[in-house]
Design a protein around this ligand. Structure first.
Ligand SMILES: Nc1ncnc2c1ncn2[C@@H]1O[C@H](COP(=O)(O)OP(=O)(O)O)[C@@H](O)[C@H]1O
Ligand SMILES: [Mg+2]
Length: 272
């Protein structure tokens, strides 16, 4: 892919601490339009905390966020949404008893000029955006609790798309799904990519993200181990980054990378 434009998202030297715990420590990650960046690392590595800064849920203590090259301040979720940043949490945050259209417009309903809910307009908009994402979806009248996990996921994504998401954050999107539904989510992600949306795909499991990602960024103990082009590394290379903090050749190590054998032998940290 071409990366000649400025990144959609550029997070630089991001840090946040809870008490004495440096949950995110000097992490720099970027994302280009139409790109999927897999954010990987063990539970507790700091992945969710990092993206909660981007989605306006947490405020960073140090760092800078640029959107389209422009420095921005994101102080709450509303400001993130105004910048086109939408987050899909594992729980999906859907209202189970309501149908797809009601979920799409929850809290942002379309009203008629008499200030009543414009159900026809909402259903028509819902059919249009769902048609883009999941053309086989027909269950517009059913409460979302009766839908499959993959269908529920597409309702949550439709909500983000309808409100003009350009940057989608998906935190462990397939953690609760079976293989068939996971495949559906993979299709959704490919479709979003083709529309030029940039996606942060977060997982503790490399198998969830490796094949879908253009690049992977690995975090360990709050720090960035490194960022690799998926086409340049193997799954084992990335596992080495996750487990040992070890960067394969060709990957620029971040502050969280373990020193290589070479530096251990020859560097100032060498043991006698
Ligand atoms: N609201 C919070 N208050 C205190 N500690 C937190 C909070 N959120 C996250 N942490 C801590 O930050 C670290 C990173 O957590 P998290 O970002 O959830 O990791 P991951 O998503 O990679 O599993 C953990 O040590 C976690 O306990
Ligand atoms: Mg998490």
């Amino acid at each position: 892919m071409t990366q000649s434009h400025s990144p959609l998202v550029d997070m630089r030297n991001m840090s946040i601490a809870f008490g004495g715990n440096k949950a995110v420590n000097d992490v720099s990650i970027d994302l280009y339009p139409g790109e999927v960046v897999g954010l990987l690392g063990h539970n507790g590595a700091g992945k969710s905390t990092l993206i909660k800064i981007l989605s306006g849920a947490y405020r960073m203590s140090r760092g800078e966020i640029r959107i389209d090259g422009q420095p921005v301040s994101i102080d709450n979720p509303r400001e993130a949404k105004a910048l086109g940043i939408e987050t899909i949490y594992q729980t999906l945050a859907l209202a189970d008893n309501l149908d797809a259209a009601s979920n799409l417009f929850l809290g942002r309903e379309i009203r008629t000029r008499w200030n009543t809910l414009d159900d026809a307009a909402m259903e028509s908009a819902c059919r249009q955006v769902m048609g883009r994402l999941n053309p086989n979806f027909k269950r517009f009248k059913d409460p979302v609790k009766s839908l499959s996990g993959g269908q529920r996921q597409s309702v949550a994504i439709a909500r983000a798309l309808y409100f003009n998401a350009r940057i989608l954050i998906m935190d462990e999107p397939t953690a609760a799904l079976g293989p068939e539904e996971t495949a559906q989510v993979a299709e959704l992600i490919k479709h979003l990519k083709s529309e030029g949306i940039g996606i942060f795909l977060i997982s503790h499991d490399i198998h969830d993200v490796f094949d879908l990602s253009d690049r992977v960024s690995v975090m360990k103990n709050g720090q960035l181990v490194g960022t690799a082009e998926v086409s340049q590394v193997t799954k084992d290379d990335v596992l080495g980054m996750i487990i040992l903090g070890k960067c394969p050749e060709g990957v620029v190590p971040g502050p969280g990378a373990s020193p290589t054998e070479n530096t251990l032998e020859e560097g100032p940290l060498a043991m006698p």
